[in-house]
Write a protein that binds this ligand. Sequence first.
Ligand code: ZN
Length: 264
Amino acid sequence: MRIALTVGHSLLKNGSYTSASGEDCGGVNEYKYNKKLMKKVKKYLESDGHSVDLYICPEKVFTAASQEKSWKLARLNAKNYDLVVEGHLNCYNGKAHGTEVLYVSENGKKYAKRVQKKLVSAGFTDRDVQKRTNLYMLNGTKATTIMTESFFCDSKSDYKIGKNVNKIAKLIAEGICNKKLGTATKAKEAVKTAVKKVTKATVYAKVVTKSDPLMIRNSANRSSKIIGKIPKGSKAEVIKKGSTWTKVKYKSVVGYSATKYLKF
Ligand SMILES: [Zn+2]
């Protein structure tokens, strides 16, 4: 899937956040939290093979929260995303707590329900998914969109759970992908190994001598013992290409041949 992640709210030119904050009552700043969270969600989604763009409004550029809307919608609607997920946190009176995921379309509801279920499994109170018809992020995007209100940023007890940003990110990604995911690092390693394996796929070089067969020598120098010959026009497996000598394999003989007689 092509997925776009966005971070709700922004940091204005005057240094104030357009988001809520529970920082002064044992909670967390909504914008700051989601910025961390969505970066991690991106990693998890990418580990599952999705192509993910993360949009964070430029910091200390806007003078009003209203500028966030056009900045985000222009970018989100310029591409054909399958899904857009915006990260938020609720805020109320320090006592309210729990998780809500917002949607507007039926397809959005499907994703919202899955993400909701995952987030609730972390220990948050289930406030259920909410259909919201008055939000530009849900109404203004071409793609199916959901908004996560993972917990209440001004709830001390919620933040105790939410503090584990990595865990929350993983749960959101798992809800989107509808499956359990490994750790992002493990998945990354798996991708690396797979790439390495591909790189290590056998490479052949063709012998381009005038007419003689190409010698395979025991080591990389002209006086070294000849241990095999490759006929002109034949292909040898390249083990390691060098500027003068190339380590080759031909009919189970492994040795060195002059690079200038090989066409890669
Ligand atoms: Zn918000």
